[in-house]
Design a protein around this ligand. Sequence first.
Ligand code: ZN
Length: 251
Amino acid sequence: MAERPRDRAICLYATDFSETSQVVHLLTREHGVVHLLAKGSKRARSATGGRIDLLSTGEVVFIPSRGTTLGTLTEFTEAANHSPLRKRLAALNGALYMLEITRMLLAEGDPHPPVYDLLAAALDRLDRPDAPTAAVLAYFQWRLLLHVGLLGEMGRCLNCGRPLDRRGTYFTSREGGMLCRDCEGGWTEKRQVGGEALAGIAAMTAMQRRQPASLTEPQALAVLDLLTYHLSYQLGRSPRMFRYVHPAGRH
Ligand SMILES: [Zn+2]
């Protein structure tokens, strides 16, 4: 019999496959992103407990895909549906944005347990009515980029190593880090980084060192804007949900 791993999972994407079945993309903790056929999942009394929604979090048993054949979801036991965040549009859009950038950055079958933990924690946080959505998203995106190796030198100039200066700091996506005003002339692809973003980055760096810090909403939005510019440049396309989570709209 084929090996049937058991794992924790968050549903990143779900689409109808037939009258009764779905294809789901799940972020599992130990097996990374898996694409699975959920046979009969739209029936209420199926082994997967009914239709699987985006964001739904639970325990799964599955038969992994082989070659070009989809894997099969054999069991899904939902632990959290995240219904509190679904009731607030800003939190729901934020959650869907996190799912989208996770799908953009993680390839199938490439496990990143810390990313699973990060996403699970961020969704739990958005379930709380007082959650600062922009700060949750900025923190998640920062850590996600860090885990996949895209976040470079954010604390000083990547060229000369000098500390960052409010009066003239730039970010280059190609190198994935900061440039001071004396060095920025050598780079064509760059964008200026304002005071709110710098303050937000300082807070983010402190949090990474487990020091107490928090971001104001303008700081979180400025960091999110910068990180999404970076992600869009790196991947050659922008996350579609960005315009629903940021007033700047698009990259
Ligand atoms: Zn420099």
